[in-house]
Design a protein around this ligand. Structure first.
Ligand SMILES: Cc1cc2nc3c(=O)[nH]c(=O)nc-3n(C[C@H](O)[C@H](O)[C@H](O)COP(=O)(O)OP(=O)(O)OC[C@H]3O[C@@H](n4cnc5c(N)ncnc54)[C@H](O)[C@@H]3O)c2cc1C
Length: 416
């Protein structure tokens, strides 16, 4: 069924217009063609079918560009929409309704995150060499931070080192879950920099651009996830990898801040994306319940199913309002937004998991089949509780801030 998007009375005309035009593309171009858009070798499609899929994708991308909806995350000078924060968040919830729609609107992780970091921290030369070809689709990229031997949830524990030797950085380390690893032409690598005394000190983090064909960089394997043999989340060894000194992004010490820039406010966009996907799962669930006969009646008339629908309605509404609240605080630079961002980072993926779980249950066997997007959503929702900072780290941050306020003699003001 088409996504039911109408103008939101509290939003300005411009944001509503972006949402309505995005929904029109989702409804006209993406939903009716979802089965055809993503056929590839892995799905057993023949050459003619793959060609048809490629042409369909190009057709949708062209309409997106003609409508001025391409690359919402990029400034206009780099060919993007130049959207402000709130408009981008509100667009994401509509965009995410269509499976894979992000890439048809020019937003493909991890390239989009790397583009944002290059826009903010890149020198003019770095932008010419790495950013522009990345935007044009002539280069692919990855972000290489997480390490198998050290806790990704605690960046202070990361050990990959960068040592300055003349005009070069020499990088040694072991990473994994570097997504898009096989296709990438370069990685942005999170390193700990040795200072002039030969010591590694906390805070001396840097992000360094490393072309994937550099000597000493070895892709060990694609780490299989969710039972698959392999994936493009790669394990990577860096053994005396040398890159020019000018490949550093920003200055030594900026690495942690750049990672926060990537993840911090980005979490709001991810949560709005999750809400769009929950919306889709909800529509699938309710739609099924009004047609499927079970044990002498339609599912919709069974109280168990009504419970699923009501609980999912509450999950989506709560998740959405919490996310909009965090987005509005972030938009007005309210420092307290940090706590709300952690709250949604825990709440939204958990709510998403519950909603998809119920939709799968209502669909029975079809729910876990690849005929529907629900199984993929379920994996995605569960993974979100780990990626971008696991739940526990965010719970700790919320609790510490709340307790701190009480220790200072204040209560918590839920109105602000
Ligand atoms: C599909 C996928 C794609 C990814 N893509 C990328 C990528 O492109 N680039 C990249 O660099 N990384 C990527 N990651 C890695 C991801 O960012 C890390 O998995 C995440 O940061 C957690 O780090 P970790 O796996 O080392 O878990 P750990 O840090 O070892 O944490 C494991 C568990 O310890 C517990 N824990 C942690 N801290 C606390 C605490 N303070 N109190 C109580 N319990 C705690 C939590 O239960 C947590 O889940 C990806 C991961 C996945 C699953």
């Amino acid at each position: 069924m088409p996504m039911n998007v109408k103008p939101v009375p509290t939003l300005d005309e411009r944001i509503n217009d972006i949402r309505m035009r995005t929904a029109a593309i989702i409804n006209d171009e993406i939903l009716p063609n979802e089965k055809k858009l993503w056929r590839g070798r892995a799905s057993g499609a023949d050459e003619a079918e793959r060609k048809e899929s490629r042409e369909l994708r190009e057709h949708v991308k062209q309409r997106v560009k003609d409508e001025g909806l391409w690359a919402p995350h990029l400034p206009q000078e780099y060919g993007g929409m130049g959207l402000d924060f709130l408009a981008h968040a509100y667009m994401n919830e509509v965009l995410a309704y269509g499976i894979g729609a992000g890439s048809l609107f020019g937003v493909v992780a991890p390239n989009s995150g790397n583009q944002t970091i290059l826009v903010k921290y890149g020198t003019e030369e770095q932008k010419q060499k790495w950013l522009l070809p990345l935007i044009d689709g002539k280069l692919e990229s990855g972000f290489s931070m997480t390490e198998p031997e050290n806790a990704g949830s605690d960046p202070r524990s990361l050990k990959t080192s960068a040592v300055r030797d003349g005009d070069e950085w020499v990088i040694n380390g072991h990473k994994w879950f570097t997504s898009n690893g096989f296709a990438a032409d370069f990685f942005i690598v999170m390193c700990r920099v040795q200072d002039s005394t030969g010591q590694f000190r906390p805070g001396q983090m840097a992000q360094i651009i490393v072309p994937t064909d550099t000597k000493g960089l070895k892709i060990v394997r694609g780490v299989g996830v969710w039972g698959a043999e392999t994936s493009d989340h790669c394990e990577v060894l860096y053994e005396d990898v040398r890159v020019p000194a000018e490949n550093i992004l920003g200055r030594v010490g900026d690495g942690h801040r750049a990672a926060q820039d990537r993840l911090g406010a980005g979490r709001i966009f991810h949560c709005m994306t999750s809400i769009g996907q929950m919306w889709r799962a909800f529509d699938l669930m309710v739609e099924r319940s009004i047609t499927r006969e079970v044990h002498g009646g339609l599912q919709k008339d069974k109280q168990f199913i009504q419970g699923f629908i009501a609980d999912s309605y509450m999950d989506i509404t709560a998740a959405r309002l919490m996310t909009i609240n965090a987005a509005e605080k972030t938009d007005r630079d309210d420092q307290a937004a940090r706590i709300d961002i952690s709250a949604i980072k825990v709440f939204v993926p958990a709510a998403y998991t519950r909603v998809v779980d119920r939709a799968i249950q209502v669909w029975g066997a079809a729910g876990v089949s690849s005929d529907l997007p629900l199984a993929g959503m379920y994996h995605g929702a569960r993974t979100l509780r780990i990626a971008d900072g696991p739940d526990e780290v965010h719970r700790v941050l919320i609790a510490k801030n709340v307790i701190g306020a009480y220790e200072h003699g204040d209560g918590w003001d839920f109105g602000n």
